[in-house]
Design a protein around this ligand. Structure first.
Ligand SMILES: NC(=O)c1ccc[n+]([C@@H]2O[C@H](COP(=O)([O-])OP(=O)(O)OC[C@H]3O[C@@H](n4cnc5c(N)ncnc54)[C@H](OP(=O)(O)O)[C@@H]3O)[C@@H](O)[C@H]2O)c1
Length: 286
């Protein structure tokens, strides 16, 4: 397949490029060199590549800044996604879009399935949901993957790196107990996306590693794996941080559609987390 990947320099993009290339596909990776918010550019470049599949993993992830200044976030997360959907319509190819647990309010009290009604609480989640809906209306051949708490070797920042950096530099941590979800390794997610996109089984998928933890428990595991057990971690609540964007307090994503369609589920997050923390420390990649 000829596969265009937008956001290819990010965490997930880096692994998608690797996994699709390893599977024998011809990959065309783009990041800020193809600004997805530029309709004219997107309509010019994408169809001319005659892709068999486009994957949109480009995003503006700053959910707090989005509350204070929504337009930059909306431009990438909604308009950019719409532009790519239009380009795929023109090119006659399917589009895979990466969405988020932030489409839910996190008040269900149990893991969310693809059948649950979204109710986003902030601009970032609302933009993701609006992009999902636009895609579903515009392009029958689409894949939507909702995921959460990504960590991977590519890209610039993630929770695991921040925890290790703060532990090393400050010697103590303050981490919230009232945000619960599933850490997800981008290498494992890229394998799922590859498998589903090769199958032609279009639709909406919740796709994460397995296991559930709070941010606090996750931070504890990270410092334990690093061998820094003595670093004190103060449990706090989200309200203590005074952040503009409300987080879903409990938003694990049950991978129901993957299971129903017979796709293998990813492993428990602990296994890739151990490999990843060791890799970060050995390669001084914080
Ligand atoms: N990270 C998470 O925990 C998480 C959770 C749920 C869902 N997701 C979704 O999963 C996907 C992948 O996330 P990720 O963590 O891999 O993100 P990431 O590392 O930030 O990668 C996104 C990439 O898109 C690029 N980009 C930003 N604006 C662009 C534009 N206008 N045109 C082209 N490229 C642009 C970014 O460049 P710059 O870095 O230079 O801006 C970055 O290289 C995203 O759709 C995200 O919303 C992520």
């Amino acid at each position: 397949m000829r596969v265009v990947i937008c956001g290819a320099a990010g965490q997930l993009g880096t692994d998608l490029v690797e996994v699709f290339r390893a599977g024998g596909d011809e990959v065309f990776p783009f990041d800020l060199d193809l600004d997805i918010t530029d309709y004219r550019l997107v309509m010019e470049r994408i169809p001319s590549l005659s892709p068999d599949l486009v994957i949109n993993t480009a995003a503006d992830l700053d959910a707090d800044r989005a509350e204070l200044d929504p337009e930059p976030s909306l431009r990438v997360n909604l308009t950019g996604a719409q532009n790519l959907a239009m380009a795929c319509l023109e090119a006659g190819c399917p589009l895979a879009f990466i969405s988020s647990d932030y489409v839910f309010d996190g008040r269900k009290g149990a893991p969310y399935t693809e059948l649950d009604e979204p109710n986003p609480q902030g601009v970032y989640g609302k933009a993701k949901l609006a992009a999902e809906r636009f895609l579903a209306c515009t392009l029958p051949r689409h894949y939507i993957f909702r995921t959460q708490w990504l960590f991977g070797r590519g890209g610039k920042r993630n929770f695991v790196k921040s925890i290790l950096r703060n532990a090393r530099e400050k010697g103590y941590l303050r981490v919230v107990t009232d945000e619960v979800g599933t850490p997800t390794y981008t290498g494992d997610l890229a394998e799922i996306i590859h498998r589903v996109c090769r199958s032609g089984q279009y639709g909406l998928y919740h796709a994460t590693n397995q296991g559930v933890c709070s941010r606090y428990d996750f931070a504890r595991e990270i410092v334990e794996i690093a061998g820094w057990k003595k670093v004190p971690i103060e449990p706090i609540r989200y309200a203590d941080l005074n952040l503009p964007c409300p987080r879903p307090p409990y938003s694990p994503l049950e991978n129901l559609n993957l299971r129903l369609r017979g796709f293998p589920l990813a492993r428990h997050y602990r296994e890739p987390l151990e490999e990843y923390v060791r890799w970060l420390l050995e390669n001084d990649a914080l």
